[in-house]
Design a binder for this molecule. Structure first.
Ligand SMILES: Cc1cc2nc3c(=O)[nH]c(=O)nc-3n(C[C@H](O)[C@H](O)[C@H](O)COP(=O)(O)O)c2cc1C
Length: 188
């Protein structure tokens, strides 16, 4: 993706992007996170890349989550989530959440994690840093919800260079699948 032949990136549902737009979207650099939720004793995580700071005072974060995701439903009930920053040394976290093995309830069972001190959301021990955040506003944006959230607690682990979307061989553009990253023409 995108091929010179004008391949379209199928995004699931009724949505399709033409190849130039998909190419542009794929060039937007983001961090790579594991967004975590807790519903009673059920603890769950998903790969998340559409995340950014959106206010300085008060400090606010935004995570865009597909309305159909299991995690979105949990957040709608609980109003809280965790964000775990994936670094180069913890890249295996992203590998796991991409894999079919993670497509099940309670998909943190093989992970080392603890519950965050104030909001009781999972903090992955191998993440470079983690935050617990309370949703203060939710804006519908197409098939995603923009969850604007106040960070109430943070844990910084061992220093590590954050993984970014450009480090992965695939990119999330919405929908159910990721698409292959085209690095042709990039200098090493
Ligand atoms: C690198 C990467 C980044 C992703 N970023 C997001 C994102 O920002 N928002 C989102 O809703 N889904 C994103 N996804 C897709 C979800 O992680 C994936 O659909 C997951 O299975 C949803 O989990 P759940 O339905 O169990 O909550 C991303 C996937 C990958 C591989």
């Amino acid at each position: 993706m995108p091929s010179k032949g004008g391949m379209r990136a199928g995004l699931g549902g009724n949505c399709e992007m033409d190849s130039d737009l998909a190419a542009f979207m794929a060039l937007l650099t983001t961090g790579i996170y594991v967004l975590t939720v807790a519903d009673g004793q059920h603890h769950h995580g998903m790969s998340s890349s559409w995340v950014t700071q959106v206010s300085g005072e008060p400090p606010l974060l935004m995570a865009a989550v597909d309305r159909e995701h299991f995690s979105a439903n949990v957040i709608a009930r609980t109003g809280v989530f965790g964000l775990n920053l994936v670094g180069h040394r913890s890249r295996h976290l992203e590998d796991y959440f991409l894999s079919p093995a993670s497509r099940r309830p309670d998909n943190l069972q093989q992970m080392r994690y603890e519950m965050s001190p104030r909001l009781n959301v999972p903090w992955l021990k191998e993440a470079a840093a983690s935050v617990e955040a309370r949703v203060v506003d939710c804006v519908a944006a197409g098939d995603h919800h923009l969850l604007i959230a106040s960070p109430v607690g943070t844990r910084i682990n061992e220093a590590d260079r954050p993984l970014t979307s450009l480090d992965l061989d695939y990119v999330y553009l919405g929908g159910k699948t990721v698409i292959r990253r085209d690095r042709s023409g990039w200098q090493a």
